[in-house]
Design a protein around this ligand. Structure first.
Ligand code: ADP
Length: 270
């Protein structure tokens, strides 16, 4: 059976996951939750979407089940399937069924990557019915009152032309995640990695410069995640420049010319 990545796997963390609020995202999440409206988080990779969901699930004292969607993820993976146990065939709930039954937060990360049949599967759960139809069992279940569906989508992704249909998007309360301001990003960096302010400032400035180089045509630019990674490499003892190259620049592209430009630029800045 295909293994779906599940972070926390339905377990409430002991300490509140650190999340630095950037805008009105917490208020919007809570208002949506009060109305049991599903949420769509839009934005580039590494902008804190997953961390935000972990943080909110903790605040709601709710368990969180995360499914990292990819092109093979199907409705069966989410709803469940019959498996062979010894000589018996038994039904095993998928993460969606488990979350709907038990009242957890289900986070479908990169939902547009999954097969289209998952949209059909979540259809009746995303409107007033809040019902999940399990065709293979010939049953329908009403979602637990605490069940909450959160999805994410990266609109900047160009390679697969994976888009969400307007009719699907309109089932969600949506909010955009963007790169935070330099001050907030420094704060996140220091909190996440413990690096000192002057170094945090340099790393954030390099990221800002690269983000402004739109003419390089990078599909995705430096995210907060990459800056955090570079800082972690520095903490592990790598020289600053090596850490910036490996953590922030090499992951961006394989184009030799672009890499050279970015490395020259960052070397001048740190
Ligand atoms: P996404 O789900 O958008 O790809 P993540 O939530 O995995 O991004 O964020 C990547 C990393 O960036 C996190 O592990 C964290 O270190 C850092 N990060 C980004 N934004 C924030 C934020 N607002 N508060 C705290 N950490 C953040």
């Amino acid at each position: 059976m295909e293994i779906l990545e599940k972070t926390m796997n339905g377990i409430q963390k002991d300490t509140k996951p650190y999340y630095r609020v950037v805008g009105k995202e917490k208020e919007i999440f809570m208002a949506a939750y009060q109305n049991r409206l599903p949420i769509l988080l839009k934005g580039p990779t590494g902008t804190g979407k997953s961390r935000f969901v972990e943080h909110m699930a903790y605040e709601l004292k709710s368990e969180l089940i995360t499914v990292a969607c990819h092109e093979e993820t199907s409705a069966t993976d989410l709803i469940g399937r019959f498996i062979l146990k010894g000589t018996e065939t038994v039904w095993q709930d998928g993460p969606l069924t488990k979350a709907a039954k038990e009242g957890h937060v289900l986070y479908l990360d990169e939902v547009a990557e999954a097969r289209p049949d998952i949209i059909v599967a979540i259809h009746s759960l995303t409107d007033h019915r809040r019902m999940l139809y399990i065709d293979k069992l010939g049953t329908a279940i009403k979602a637990h009152e605490n069940f909450m569906l959160v999805t994410s989508f990266n609109p900047g992704y160009q390679k697969g032309f994976k888009e969400l249909k307007p009719s699907t998007r309109q089932r969600f309360v949506a909010m955009s995640f963007v790169h935070p301001s330099a001050d907030i990003e420094m704060e996140i960096l220091m909190q996440e990695t413990g690096i000192e302010k002057s170094l945090a400032s340099k790393l954030v400035k390099i990221a800002g410069k690269i983000r402004n180089l739109t003419e390089l045509g990078l599909t995705e630019t430096v995210s907060t995640r990459l800056i955090v990674d570079a800082a972690k490499l520095i903490n592990a003892g790598l020289p600053n420049r090596t850490a910036v190259q490996a953590g922030m620049i090499q992951p961006l592209t394989d184009d030799e010319e672009v890499l050279k430009t970015l490395i020259t630029l960052s070397d001048l800045m740190i």
